[in-house]
Write a protein that binds this ligand. Structure first.
Ligand code: HEM
Ligand SMILES: *[C@@H]1O[C@H](CO)[C@@H](O)[C@H](O)[C@H]1NC(C)=O
Ligand SMILES: *[C@@H]1O[C@H](CO)[C@@H](O)[C@H](O)[C@H]1NC(C)=O
Ligand SMILES: *[C@@H]1O[C@H](CO)[C@@H](O)[C@H](O)[C@H]1NC(C)=O
Ligand SMILES: *[C@@H]1O[C@H](CO)[C@@H](O)[C@H](O)[C@H]1NC(C)=O
Ligand SMILES: *[C@@H]1O[C@H](CO)[C@@H](O)[C@H](O)[C@H]1NC(C)=O
Length: 350
C-alpha cells in the first residue's frame, strides 16, 4: 500500500503539465488480481513498458489506438487472457477488413511481442502477455492525453486461441443501434454509463469504410450531419472501398471528450456511436460527458477496470507465455530448452 501511494505522488508530479487527471479506482478486484502483483517479481514492469511506448508513439501516435483496441478485443472474447494475441487466432489481421472481420492492426501485436521481450530481459518469464496488453492499453490512453490510472495485475495467458465464431458472437458490430449494443454489453454486466464511457475509446483511431458505409449507401442516414456525410462520401466513393478515416474528427489523436461533442453534432462515424445520442436511454450520458471531460475520464476508468477483469485466468490457471504469439507448448525455442533439460536430467540419472 505504501509504495502504491508513493508512486501515485510521483506520477502526479511528473504529469501535472500535460494531464492532471489521475483516477484512483476503488473498483472491486476479482480474486487473484492485485494492485501490486509484480512488486517483488518485476517491480520495473510498468516503467519498462511506458518508456518503450513513449518512443513508439513519438514516431506514430496512431499505434496507441491499435493497442487500446487489442485489449478491448482480448477482454470481450473469452476474457482478458491474451488469446487474441496468438497466431492463428480469428482476430488476426486478414485480407478482408469487412465486418464481421474487424481486423486489428498487425503492428499492435508486434509492439506487444517487443514489450514482452523487453520485460523478460528485465525480470525473466514472469509477466503475462494479458497483463502487458492491459498496461499497454492504459499507457495508450494516458500518453494520448487521457487519464492516468492503476491497472490491477495478475492475469495469466490462456491456452486456446479465439475461433472466428467466438469473435463474431462477442464483438458488437458498428452497424448495431444503441439498444442492441446495450443488451449485448449488459450480458457482460456493463450498464448504460459503462457502455457510453467505453465507446469513448473511439476518441482516437481509424476505421475502414466498410465499417460505416451502411450509413452512406444505398441511402444516406438522415441523422448524419450533411457536410460530414458529403466528406465521408469523398473518403468512400463506392461501397467496399479500402480507405480509412478518423473516428473523432475534432481531435483524432487526442484522448479527450471531443468524441461526445461529435455525437451531439451528429458527426459520429458508426451507427453504434451516433445512436448513443439518438437513443433517449443514453443521450443524457453523452451530453454529460461532452460537457465534463473529468466525468468522462472517471467513468471510463471505472468501465475499463471492469472490462480488464472479464473472465481472467489467475493463480495456476493458464500459463505465462514466453512469446505472446505462441503457446509455450508450441514454442520451438522452449521445446529445445525442455529437450536439453530432459537430456541433462537423463544424464544425471545414469
Ligand atoms: C461498443 C461497441 C464497439 C463497436 C461496435 C466497435 C467497433 C469498432 C470498429 C468497427 C472499428 C474500426 C475497425 C476498422 O475498420 O479498422 C473500431 C475501432 C476502434 N475501436 Fe471500437 N468498437 C466498440 C467498442 C470499443 C471499445 C470498448 C474500445 C476501447 C475502450 C474501442 C476502441 C477502438 C479504437 C481505439 C479503435 C481504432 C483502432 C485503430 O485505429 O487501429 N472500441 N471499433
Ligand atoms: C471473413 O474472413 C473469412 C476468413 O478469412 C472469410 O472466409 C469471410 O468471407 C470473411 N467475411 C467477410 C464478411 O469479410
Ligand atoms: C434496433 O435494431 C433492432 C434490430 O435491427 C430493431 O429491431 C430495433 O427496432 C432497433 N431499435 C431502435 C430503437 O431503432
Ligand atoms: C481516400 O480518402 C481521401 C480523403 O481522406 C480521398 O482524397 C481519396 O480520394 C480516397 N481514396 C480513394 C481510393 O477513394
Ligand atoms: C461488396 O462486398 C460484398 C461482400 O463482400 C458484396 O456482397 C457486394 O456485392 C460488394 N459490393 C460492391 C459494390 O462491390
Ligand atoms: C514469437 O513467435 C513468432 C511466431 O511464431 C515469431 O515470428 C517470433 O520471431 C517469435 N519471437 C521471438 C522473440 O522469438
Amino acid at each position: 500500500m505504501a509504495s502504491r501511494f508513493s508512486s501515485f505522488v510521483l506520477i502526479s508530479c511528473l504529469v501535472i503539465a500535460s494531464s492532471p487527471v489521475h483516477v484512483s479506482s476503488s473498483a472491486h478486484l476479482v480474486k487473484g488480481l492485485s494492485w501490486s502483483f509484480y512488486e517483488k517479481s518485476c517491480p520495473k514492469v510498468e516503467s519498462v513498458i511506458r518508456k518503450h511506448l513513449k518512443k513508439v508513439f513519438e514516431k506514430d501516435i496512431g499505434q496507441a489506438a491499435g493497442l487500446l483496441r487489442v485489449h478491448f478485443h482480448d477482454c470481450f472474447v473469452k476474457g482478458c487472457d491474451g488469446s487474441v494475441l496468438l497466431d492463428g487466432s480469428a482476430n488476426e489481421p486478414s485480407e478482408q477488413d469487412a465486418p464481421p472481420n474487424r481486423s486489428l492492426r498487425r503492428t499492435a501485436f508486434k509492439i506487444i511481442d517487443d514489450l514482452s521481450q523487453l520485460v523478460e530481459k528485465k525480470c525473466g518469464q514472469v509477466v503475462s502477455c494479458a497483463d502487458i496488453a492491459a498496461i499497454a492499453a492504459r499507457d495508450s490512453v494516458f500518453l494520448s492525453g487521457g487519464p492516468e490510472y492503476d491497472v490491477p495485475l495478475g492475469r495469466r495467458d490462456g491456452l486456446t486461441p479465439a475461433t472466428e465464431n467466438v469473435v463474431i458472437e462477442n464483438i458488437p458490430a458498428p452497424t448495431e443501434n444503441a439498444s442492441e449494443i446495450l443488451s449485448a454489453l449488459a450480458k457482460k454486466n456493463f450498464d448504460a454509463t459503462d457502455v457510453v464511457a467505453l465507446s469513448g475509446g473511439h476518441t482516437i483511431g481509424l476505421a475502414h469504410c466498410t465499417a460505416f458505409e451502411n450509413r452512406l449507401y444505398p441511402t444516406q442516414d438522415p441523422t448524419m450531419e450533411k457536410t460530414f456525410a458529403h466528406d465521408l462520401k469523398g473518403v468512400c466513393p463506392t461501397t467496399n472501398s479500402t480507405n480509412t478515416t478518423v473516428l473523432d474528427i475534432r481531435s483524432p489523436n487526442r484522448f479527450d471528450n471531443k468524441y461526445f461533442v461529435d455525437l451531439m453534432n451528429r458527426q459520429g462515424l458508426f451507427t453504434s456511436d451516433q445512436d448513443l445520442y439518438e437513443d433517449p436511454t443514453t443521450r443524457d450520458i453523452v451530453t454529460s460527458f461532452a460537457e465534463d471531460q473529468e466525468l468522462f475520464f472517471e467513468k471510463f476508468v471505472l468501465a475499463m477496470t471492469k472490462m480488464g477483469q472479464l473472465s481472467v485466468l489467475t493463480g495456476t490457471k493458464g500459463e505465462i507465455r514466453a512469446n505472446c504469439s505462441v503457446r509455450n507448448s508450441e514454442n520451438p525455442d522452449l521445446l529445445k530448452y525442455v529437450v536439453e533439460e530432459d537430456l541433462e536430467s537423463y544424464a544425471e540419472l545414469k
